[in-house]
Design a protein around this ligand. Structure first.
Ligand code: NDP
Ligand code: ZN
Length: 359
């Protein structure tokens, strides 16, 4: 039997959120039904809802129910489920299915499944009759237990949801680049993702510099343990960083020059992970050689696999590393307002929708 669900959708890139009722696929033998308690608002939700990935060959699928930072409680389990029982806390991040047997699935990198990852929304679910997947701004979700994350009983549920995307997206490259104690590192873009990166890097014992475009977050930066805060719009502040960082993570969601940061990497050693997904931000490849960034390594990074998402959740809860959140009610107008504020840089640091307030 299909599962009735209700939440919020947009109907076009210009649309506003409105209440939306729909159904989800039935609970298969390996699936669980999660009642959503909290859903985070990621900047990726704005890019998707506003159809800003056309230049990357990704078109918005409408009506769209965004949301890939989902935390809730298990209310039903399929008969072959072994990892979850009714009453457990569970989370869902950016993906809900993959083939399970290709090279990347075997490597626990389901986000690169050669046969097609089903993302949590704005994605065609090839494992369920090609219906469009619907995300977390809704009162429930049905997901294979293989794609559900166990949230420890002692987790702070109000704050845990953003870890499912912002947490793992920053955790993954920090570990891919093997950042260690004493490294000189930088975080460009100090928002939802950026403030998670800062916390993981500080916890590792790295020396953290933050780059952002506002003065409003300078005090927050030091409170979170950063050593330096650079206002990118201040030319004096921007001087003297070239050839100095072992690792940089860029979460910038708007147009910028990645080359500026590539030059800041240590010669022969530094690595830059790009996770921000602006519609247009380009590097002239010849500039990598000629523009002062030769022999630095730059790579893109996409969320993280299910295994590392579980590792990140367990670590974060055990070390009390959480996002700083502003909780909003589950109302269409509130979500619209939150989107404007994220776009305008007016959130510290992540909006989370309290789905229990859904009317
Ligand atoms: P936020 O809007 O919360 O944070 C972005 C931050 O970047 C803000 O603090 C913003 O400043 C700052 N910023 C904007 N322009 C600049 C600039 N030119 N230089 C320095 N800082 C700047 O977004 P999220 O953290 O939620 O997401 C960031 C990006 O990461 C998005 O593009 C999102 O789609 C992408 N993403 C990628 C994933 C992946 O797997 N690769 C997964 C999840 C998200 P201010 O607040 O002042 O506006
Ligand atoms: Zn996200």
């Amino acid at each position: 039997d299909r599962i009735p669900s209700k939440g919020f959708a947009v109907d076009s890139a210009e649309g506003h959120f409105h209440p939306y009722e729909f159904t989800r696929h039935a609970i298969g033998d390996n699936d669980i039904l999660i009642e959503t308690m909290y859903a985070g608002i990621c900047h990726s939700d704005l890019h998707a809802a506003w159809d800003e990935h056309q230049s990357h060959g990704i078109a918005g699928i409408y009506p769209m129910v965004p949301g890939h930072e989902i935390a809730g409680r298990v209310v039903k389990v399929g008969k072959n489920v072994t990892n979850f029982k009714v009453g457990d806390y569970a989370g869902v991040g950016c993906m809900v299915n993959s083939c399970g047997h290709c090279t990347f699935c075997e490597m626990d990198k389901e986000q690169f499944c050669e046969n097609g990852t089903t993302f949590t929304y704005n994605s065609i679910d090839r494992y369920h009759d090609n219906e469009p997947a619907m995300g977390g701004y809704s009162n429930n979700i049905v997901v294979s237990e293989a794609f559900a994350i166990k949230i420890p009983e002692n987790a702070d549920m109000k704050r845990v949801a953003p870890l499912l995307c912002a947490g793992v997206t920053t955790w993954s490259p920090i570990h891919f680049s093997k950042v260690k104690k004493g490294d000189n590192v930088a975080v460009a873009g100090y928002g939802g993702l950026g403030h998670m990166a800062v916390q993981y890097l500080v916890a590792l014992g790295a020396d953290v510099t933050i780059f952002d475009i506002t003065e409003e977050k300078r005090a927050d930066a030091f409170r979170m343990g950063a050593k330096r805060y650079v206002n990118v719009n201040n030319a004096e502040d921007m001087k003297g960083h070239n050839n100095s960082f072992d690792f940089i993570i860029s979460t910038i969601p708007a147009n910028y020059s990645p080359l500026v940061y590539a030059r800041m990497l240590k010669y022969g050693k530094g690595e830059m992970a790009i996770v921000g997904l602006p519609e247009t931000a380009t590097v002239n490849v010849a500039d990598l050689a000629l523009g002062g960034a030769a022999n630095r390594k730059i790579y893109g990074s996409l969320i993280g696999g299910i295994k590392e998402t579980q590792e990140m959740i367990d670590y974060s809860v055990a070390h009390h590393i959480y996002p700083e959140v502003e909780i909003i009610n589950a109302e269409a107008a509130e979500i619209d307002k939150a989107y404007r504020n994220v776009q305008d840089g007016k959130v510290k640091f992540r909006y989370v929708i309290d789905m229990s307030t859904l009317k």
